[in-house]
Design a binder for this molecule. Sequence first.
Ligand code: PEP
Ligand code: MN
Length: 346
Amino acid sequence: MIIVMKGGTTTAQVEEVSKRLEEIGYMVNPIFGVERTVIGAVGCSEHEKIDAMEQLRGYEGVEDVILITKPYKFVAKEYKGGKAAVDVGGLLIGGDEIVMMAGPCTVESEEQLFATAERVAKAGAKVLRGGAYKPCTSPYSFQGMGVEGLRLLKAAGKQFGLKVITEVMHVRKVEEVAEYADILQIGTRNMQNYDLLREVGQSRTPAMLKRGMTAKLEEWLLAAEYIASGGNEKIILCERGIRTFEPYTRNTLDLSAVPALNSLTHLPVVVDPSQGTGRRDLIAPMSKASVAVGADGLIIEVHPNPDHAIKDGAQSITIESFETLMPELELIANAVGRSLKSVVTA
Ligand code: PEP
Ligand code: MN
């Protein structure tokens, strides 16, 4: 790290900072310029860096503390020497193929789920989404079908050859949800639930970590680092929009995060244009844009009758719209050197 001292710093202040750095385990190299002094410090372990950085910021005469290396390790791109795919029971996410995840916001009934699963699978989706435990802003709103919803998801996935993704909200539910799901979804509201992240880190089931609605990329990657450092390296990131001042859309879908993450981390990146925009009419254009900027997959809310959906109907597309969208996405995928099979013949 580099410690930049303020102009007019005294030798005693530089010595004080240098002494503390040495105590922590750094080798210290102060450089005395004409106007300022900077202290180069190398050789300390990853773990100590962050706490040391915060401590030193409070020292007299210190203007700034800059880390030379990234604060995360297991999720950094260098760790795998490039982008790496996550294997979800034989389905690669982050490989050549763009993986489509589709299904209702919330599992409502067997009829609703199976009707959706059958047709999105035929249209080329590989993963069935659906909430069984729903994080709701209001405690009076439908909280999901619970275990019955999980059971339906697993059965529909099995019947139509789809992997299943569903949200886990609580540390004590990780094992239960993992019995039914192929991918554990961690929602935006839980991105910084560190106990949950640690618990998912103990699981061997792949996880999809959604971006916290006010999270910076570095905070998001550090949340992923919690999971990876626990031993679960099968992590997929999902950009789902962030809070801004714009009320026209539910969130502002930050598509610049996709290429940015592709340069920072080996983890696959999926985009959720449903939560990302909150608007049915924006799903198709933002899906296409996501593929164009390098997303490894999309997760889209699809409902047989969005106007009657219990949750998120306004941002859910019909099954027919999904069927229309798939070949359009295939064209864009091909244009950017990726594949996407829009119709499954079997
Ligand atoms: C969802 O996928 O339905 C959902 C609640 O997502 P998020 O956590 O991104 O709001
Ligand atoms: Mn939803």
